[in-house]
Design a protein around this ligand. Structure first.
Ligand code: NAD
Length: 480
């Protein structure tokens, strides 16, 4: 059984307390590896190593830091298949998805920020002959990066890459539910010759290792992606210490479909935005609002297509959906399906666990589920389910669609399907979400600001936003 180690001060080390957690393969429900159940002592060691490494790493020429990160990205690209297999096994996602999205994106996250840092520039403000101001942007110190299980290496690298490229040292914690590819990345960092202590990866539970990172006095900047409740706990712990915070949290994203849309494209992409990665993407649409005039047509075609999606063994290239990440999450999703029924929802397709055979009989699989007949403000339509479950609802006017779309505590993303340009611009401005996709979904330019409004987060990641976040600005004013 594979044993995962912490990566501290350049070495792979066991947890100081000697305790380990089980790591499950969601496709079979079996334990297939163990990971450190680290605590405050391990985090202290990691922070100390990062502090020691910081002076040299932050003083290094940015071209050298960039070259080091590009080396890691190239090694990852060379091992793409190995990492994709590991990600699929650890998370339950289809192998084709890990191979085509997760690992390629992790490769480009690292190379994007490695090269982006070379083009980064700070501002100057000219006071018309009186004075000139310029802004220095320096690395901050030790950054804490904490990531979730749904896009494990993808989101892990989305944080550590800008932090490192901008000259910070990092103590990172991947989700205890999907630790494998972050561990494999630590092996790559050793192979690439990353100086010791620059990146430290501490594995373990959020309540132990995660909260120790947040609480540590010498971790002055924290980038977190995960659930809204966890984000609130992190914000509460970090606020009295005045730490710089970026929080990427939950979502309950609306999809708004107008009769005038490009129908086939909308249908294809709405199936994707509902069920890709078993619906376990913070950007998935889970509330589909359909203009009354095309509601029946949408319902018939969407349900037919959803019912045809194959749920199966993640290694099988014909599986559109793989396994749900954990037993606990599997039970949570099924609980929400029961809640939807008790709120008066009608299950149009799916609604049950999938019983697999043989080796996969113990895995956690759920059918793509479509529900109708619920008001926009019931619990099923307000709370994040984070699984292959969507509701469909008719609307009459633009104003009704906007009211329903903006009605939850979340504001991560919205999808809008219409060929009416005026309506698209008008509604995009009124949708209360950090991202609006018009006639597309998950079309990502890594330079754009990424993040949510309301309880979906604080701050933005991506491009200059992330690079600025991981620096300390200082204004210098010179009187002329
Ligand atoms: P989670 O909040 O349970 O855990 C996320 C990470 O935080 C894990 O590494 C966990 O160990 C750690 N953690 C837990 N408690 C902690 C604490 N008290 N202090 C410090 N760290 C702690 O979330 P999850 O279940 O892993 O992920 C699913 C959630 O993430 C969903 O709500 C989803 O919407 C959200 N998410 C958001 C985005 C985004 O970009 N906004 C992207 C992906 C996922």
């Amino acid at each position: 059984m594979k044993k995962i180690h912490n990566y501290i001060n350049g070495s792979l080390v066991p947890p100081t307390g000697g305790r380990y957690l089980d790591n499950y393969n969601p496709s079979t429900g079996e334990v297939y590896s163990i990971l450190p159940d680290s605590g405050a002592e391990d985090v202290n060691r990691a922070v100390e190593a990062a502090k020691q490494a910081f002076p040299a790493w932050s003083a290094m020429r940015k071209e050298e830091r960039s070259a080091m990160l590009l080396r890691i990205s190239a090694l990852l690209e060379k091992r793409l298949e190995e990492f994709a297999l590991a990600e699929s096994l650890d998370n339950g996602k289809p192998l084709w998805l890990a191979r085509s999205v997760d690992i390629p994106r992790a490769v480009s996250n690292i190379s994007f920020f490695a090269t982006g840092a070379l083009h980064f520039a700070s501002e100057a403000h000219d006071m018309e002959g009186k004075a000139i101001n310029y802004t220095l942007r320096s690395p901050i110190g030790v950054a804490g990066c904490i990531s979730p299980w749904n896009l494990p290496l993808y989101l892990f690298t989305w944080k550590i890459a800008p932090a490192l490229a901008m000259g910070n040292c990092v103590v990172a914690k991947p989700s205890e539910i999907t630790p494998m590819t972050a561990f494999m990345l630590s092996e790559l960092c050793i192979e690439a010759g990353l100086p010791k202590g620059v990146l430290n990866i501490v594995h373990g539970r959020g309540s132990e290792a995660g909260s120790a990172i947040v609480a540590h006095t010498d971790v002055s900047v924290i980038s977190f992606t995960g659930g809204t409740k966890t984000g609130a706990a992190i914000a509460a712990a970090a606020a009295p210490k005045f730490k710089k915070l970026s929080l990427e949290l939950g979502g309950k994203n609306p999809v708004i479909v107008f009769n005038d849309c490009n129908w086939d494209e909308m249908m294809r992409k709405t199936i994707d935005s509902s069920f890709t990665n078993q619906g376990e993407i913070c950007l998935c649409g889970s509330r589909i609002l359909v203009e009354q005039t095309c509601y029946e047509r949408f319902k018939k075609e969407f349900v037919e297509k959803a019912a045809l999606l194959k749920v199966g063994n993640p290694a099988d290239d014909t599986s559109r959906l793989g396994a749900i990440v954990s037993k606990q999450h599997f039970e949570k999703i099924l609980h929400y399906i029961e809640l939807a029924k008790s709120e008066g929802g009608k299950i149009l397709c799916g609604g049950k666990a999938v019983k697999m055979e043989g080796k996969y009989a113990g895995g956690w699989y759920i059918e793509p589920t479509v529900i109708e007949g619920l008001p926009y403000n019931c619990r099923t339509n307000m709370e994040e389910i984070f699984g292959p479950v969507v509701t469909i609802m008719p609307f009459g006017t633009e104003a009704e669609a906007l009211q329903a779309a903006n009605s939850t505590e979340y504001g991560l993303t919205s999808m809008l399907w219409t060929e009416n340009l005026t309506r698209a611009h008008k509604m995009a401005a009124q949708l209360r979400s950090g991202i609006v996709w018009i006639n597309c979904w998950l079309l990502r330019d890594l330079r754009t600001p990424f993040g949510g409004m309301k309880n979906s987060g604080v701050g933005r990641e991506g491009g200059w936003e992330a690079m600025r976040f991981f620096t300390e600005p200082k204004n210098v004013c010179i009187k002329l």
